[in-house]
Write a protein that binds this ligand. Structure first.
Ligand code: 13P
Length: 250
């Protein structure tokens, strides 16, 4: 049985007090959702520590949205994976399309970030997905395949067991436009096939999340698909009620 995951990527939203409040509200309502759903919240760096504290004793895990490609040293403004791990975080999102697009993250950088994440016991949530132009040109399969081959294929079998993948089509992020459940299933199944070509049967255990305008009204339909194991949620993760309602989509 693959893990079912609903992860909230808060992006650059919430001040510390708001983030703590949001986390507490998610924890307070968590009992309404099946225990089979694993919730993760990914606040900004500035309040990771406070959110970890607020969620102590709950079953909600905390992740960061990024980590540095280097272990430590003269890298002004960067945050090392060891620092994130020391706060009690379990996950780190890597390769989000906003990082690739606005901060020039390449597979080369992401390979280094993966090394740092694993070296510090953080489980990566590795994002892949195509742009609108790539989708229109029918290149979405190739784009996702390359993003996986260039980074995930460098992991050991042991490391692969702790990996979560998020398929997030860029054209569906923050646009209100969602991939249809069929589109999601088609590419999730393909991603699993690519993973199986390298990792064999272990690919059947890798959670693959859908991300992109996922909300309470469409989550159930998307999560019902065989190869969709949950969601990476942006906007709708900023309201505890909506985030929890997405979890009820299972
Ligand atoms: P939205 O849910 O706001 O479209 O964002 C998705 C996303 O990018 C999560 O990482």
């Amino acid at each position: 049985m693959r893990k079912k995951i609903v992860a909230g990527n808060w992006k650059m939203n919430t001040l510390p007090a708001e983030g703590v409040e949001l986390a507490k509200s998610v924890a307070a309502g968590r009992g309404e959702v099946c225990e089979c759903v694993n919730f993760i919240v990914c606040p900004p760096f500035t309040h990771l520590s406070q959110v970890v504290e607020a969620l102590k004793g709950s079953t909600i895990a905390v992740g960061a949205q990024n980590c540095a490609a280097e272990a430590k040293g003269a890298y002004t403004g960067e945050v090392a994976a060891s620092m994130i791990a020391a706060l009690g975080c379990e996950y780190v999102i890597l390769g989000h399309s906003e990082r690739r697009q606005y901060y020039g993250e390449t597979s080369e950088t992401l390979n280094k970030k993966m090394v740092q994440a694993y070296a510090n016991g953080l489980k990566p949530i590795y994002c892949v997905g195509e742009s609108l132009e790539e989708r229109k040109a029918g290149k979405h399969f190739d784009v996702c395949k390359a993003q996986i081959e260039e980074v995930v294929f460098n992991l050991s079998e042991e490391q692969f067991k702790d990996l979560v993948i998020a398929y997030e089509p860029v054209w569906a992020i923050g646009t209100g436009e969602t991939a249809t459940a069929e589109q999601a299933q088609e590419i999730h199944a393909y991603i699993r096939e690519v993973l199986a070509s390298k990792f064999g049967a272990a690919a059947a255990e890798c959670p693959i999340l859908y991300g992109g305008s996922c909300k309470p009204s469409n989550a159930a339909e998307i999560f019902a698909k065989e190869d969709v194991d949950g969601g990476l949620i942006g906007g709708a993760a900023l309201k505890a009620e909506d985030f929890l309602a997405i979890g009820k989509g299972f």
